[in-house]
Design a protein around this ligand. Sequence first.
Ligand code: 48H
Length: 269
Amino acid sequence: MTLFASTPEKTITRALTRAFLQDLQDHADSDFIVVGGGPSGLRAAIETARAGLRTLIVERNNYLGGGFWIGGYLMNKLTFRAPAEEELRTLGIPFEEAAPGLFVADGPHACAKLIAAACDAGAKILNMTQLDDVVLRGGRVEGAVLNWSPVSHLPRQISCVDPIAFECRLLLDATGHDALAVRALERRGLTKVRGEGAMHVEASEDAVVENTGEVFPGLLASGMAVAAVHGLPRMGPTFGGMLLSGRKAGRLAVKMLVHESGGEISAVR
Ligand code: 48H
């Protein structure tokens, strides 16, 4: 008599592969693909998944959270300026007021709550998967070209592995400072990434939220990708702008895919 159920290895392997392949099958045709599992990408995914949109988060690392784990200078504390504490309250992230209008929270705790909210809403996550390129049809982004992250770190002689494509109705570039989805278009002369500006906290977060939106037909940008695309100032380790930018991108996607689809809500499943 053992404590755990008697389950042979092959049954465990089959359970894993069946569940993983089912996610791939379902999300090869997604409504919304979020590239980058940092604060803005996770926050956007919460909005779209809650609205019933088939949402996939693609993250090149084996963990989620991006810069949300470590706020700055290897300290796992995060700051937020008012009114972003409302987001913390809604997500159930504990925080303290450090100065009038300035709030501090623990990075790991904040990440855990954000990830849990995205999963609870129904978003699926592919880790160790990176965006290599976009699907472009008739002047519109219609998908993500993905490969396993380790492939790009292996010598070329042993890693000639082609990527695969996942289609979507909207793609979100939430890759942070690199703005890699937008750069895939820049390589073809279709967009321009101006590069983020110098630090100026008080100007930065409003500007990022204000400029969050569609950067090319079918492609939205959120978070630091917005700063990179539009040449906006950076803000250092303060994250309210990332959450509000992600929320805005997610709400915009819901508006474009659900409310403006003329009643054809094929996206809502
Ligand atoms: C798959 C990818 C790829 C790829 C990157 O950097 P992030 O935390 O991004 P944001 O914009 O949500 O938040 C930015 C914030 O963390 C920050 O850096 C701030 C506020 N900086 C201010 C300042 O002045 O410096 O997360 C991006 C995520 C990461 O997890 C990457 O691993 C991932 O995207 N990623 N995933 N395919 N090609 N490129």
